[in-house]
Design a protein around this ligand. Structure first.
Ligand SMILES: *Cc1c(COP(=O)(O)O)cnc(C)c1O
Length: 500
């Protein structure tokens, strides 16, 4: 029998964990969704422990998996106003839900194109506003579709539905809109887009990954209801909603709902063409944990619609308070008119440059005070306009308990950063002679690592953390040609996990 020192092993893990950004208490305004209710976390932990050895691959052998999934999907369907033709799956997260929505749509499109006798020659398109989540870039790459991105209004982040609708065509396998979009928190014009998609016979996915478990319970600022964006809208063929965001579940759970059994069955993979057990997978994984499903199921039982509504209301109040605060800080502004618990903060161009606050310098200073905001780079759109660089806040129920402290940090940091000009990307590039002409295709691993070293970003000695000042890094991301940046970022992340 092997013997081991469990205490020592766990002590080392605890030490490693203590270097992580804090997952509870509201100091990290991205990545983590703290309900602020410890009993919810304890319930989730216990549920995960109970199913720890289960293989979620086979709900006929482990029947608890079938019951939990059925009940979670049923709850989500009611929340999102689906009828009994709406069916679904629990997936491992938002990305998997989005990938599967695209795979389903591509296969349905192929079948229809073949029936029309059109098939082969055309590469199908995903049509979406540029604010659509990067998971759809990934899906396009994995499943070989064209990604056709429609510019949004750079001042507000809003999609003019006409600009998308005019690009519909028989080669579009899937249109995607968001409820709301991650970068700017904008609720896309779902009804307008859905009407046009339905008329054109094009499938429409509503990406409710971040909003799916909170927008159904969200009141508009005037106290009224939001425009319909879920299965109430004819023409919506699928909706994704992440349990591990505003479902407050541990990471590894999302729901993908699809309208129409025949459509949804295209999501599945099945084969009896090998000598092993017959394989039937609704999702990308084979063997899988039942842990996050069990945790999600338990949380849904515990909170119910009333519990989710209470937590949503807390998020709404905090988001309102933070938006009002930003409006009151000279030099910053909230981008557009977000719907839901997300805010993107930009520099206020209406004041003279010496009174402006660069949102990235601001975020770096807020971080020195112990709060983690998320920096988002500026982006050139296909029509030549430019989306400004912003700082992103994800508000959760726990935010309300720390609002005064957070507000003080946001104000003091703005006072420090006011008038400091944005990082000059050209100056950053000058550190890297010839960077703009780098051949990304020919950039091998060691050359990429050398470049990272020249930029002070080689992770060899550290444990993978980024430098405390992120504004220069973001400026670099904006300034370098995209393929070069992407290659360098891959190198940065890959080297972090290389054995030492
Ligand atoms: C988070 C998110 C996703 C991707 O989800 P992951 O859970 O990170 O894989 C997709 N769309 C939107 C709008 C999101 O906010």
């Amino acid at each position: 029998m092997v013997s081991f020192d469990a205490q020592a092993i766990l002590a080392r893990l605890a030490a490693l964990r203590s270097a992580d950004a804090p997952t509870h208490g509201g100091r990290v305004l991205s990545y983590v969704y703290d309900s602020g209710v410890p009993a919810i976390d304890e319930l989730a932990t216990e549920a995960m422990r109970l199913v720890q050895p289960v293989n979620g691959l086979d709900p006929t052998t482990f029947t608890s998996v079938a019951v939990m999934e059925r009940e979670v999907v049923g709850f989500a369907r009611e929340l999102l106003h689906g009828g009994d033709d709406v069916v679904g799956s629990v997936t491992s997260g938002g990305t998997e839900s989005c990938l599967l929505a695209v795979k389903t749509a591509r296969d349905a499109w192929r079948a229809e194109a073949a029936a029309r006798g059109e098939a082969e020659a055309v590469r199908p398109r995903i049509l979406a506003p540029i604010t659509v989540h990067a998971a759809f870039h990934k899906a396009a790459e994995y499943f070989d579709l064209e990604l056709d991105l429609v510019p949004v209004d750079p001042a507000t982040g809003r999609l003019d539905p006409e600009r998308l609708v005019e690009r519909l065509g028989s080669d579009v396998a899937l249109t995607v809109v968001s409820a709301p979009s991650y970068p700017f928190g904008t609720l896309d014009p779902v009804e307008e887009v859905a009407a046009a998609c339905e008329e054109a016979g094009v499938a429409l996915h509503v990406d409710g990954c971040i909003g799916g478990w909170i927008l159904p319970l969200w009141r508009a600022d005037d106290g009224g209801a939001l425009p319909a964006w879920d299965f109430r809208v004819p023409g919506v063929t699928s909706v994704s909603a992440d349990l591990h965001k505003y479902g407050y579940a541990p990471k590894g759970a999302s729901v993908l709902l699809q309208r129409g059994r025949d459509r949804q069955r295209r999501q599945y993979f099945a084969t009896t063409g090998w000598p092993g057990y017959p394989v039937v997978n609704p999702t990308l994984l084979g063997s899988k944990s039942a842990g996050s499903l069990a945790a999600s199921w338990a949380i849904v039982q515990a909170l119910g619609a009333r519990g989710f509504a209470e937590l949503a209301e807390s998020c709404r109040r905090s988001t309102r308070a933070l938006a009002d605060l930003v409006a009151d800080i000279e030099g910053l502004r909230v981008l557009g008119a977000p719907t839901g618990p997300l805010l993107a903060i930009a520099s206020d161009d209406a004041v003279p440059p010496e009174r402006r606050v660069d949102p990235h310098h601001w975020a770096d200073r807020v971080r020195r005070r112990g709060w983690h905001l998320q920096l988002q780079p500026g982006l050139a759109q296909p029509d030549g306009t430019r989306l400004p660089h912003t700082t992103h806040l994800t508000v959760t129920p726990v935010t309300g308990s720390r609002l005064d402290e957070l507000e003080a940090a946001l104000r003091a940091s703005a006072d420090e950063a006011r008038g400091v000009p944005p990082v000059d990307a050209e100056a950053v590039l000058a550190q890297l002679p010839g960077a703009a002409s780098l051949p990304p295709a020919g950039l091998d691993s060691d050359t990429a690592a050398e470049l990272l070293g020249a930029l002070g970003l080689a992770g060899r000695d550290g444990d993978g953390g980024l430098p405390p000042e992120q504004a220069p890094l973001l400026a670099l991301i904006e300034a370098l040609p995209r393929p070069v940046t992407e290659r360098l970022l891959i190198e940065l992340l890959a080297r972090i996990v290389e054995p030492r």
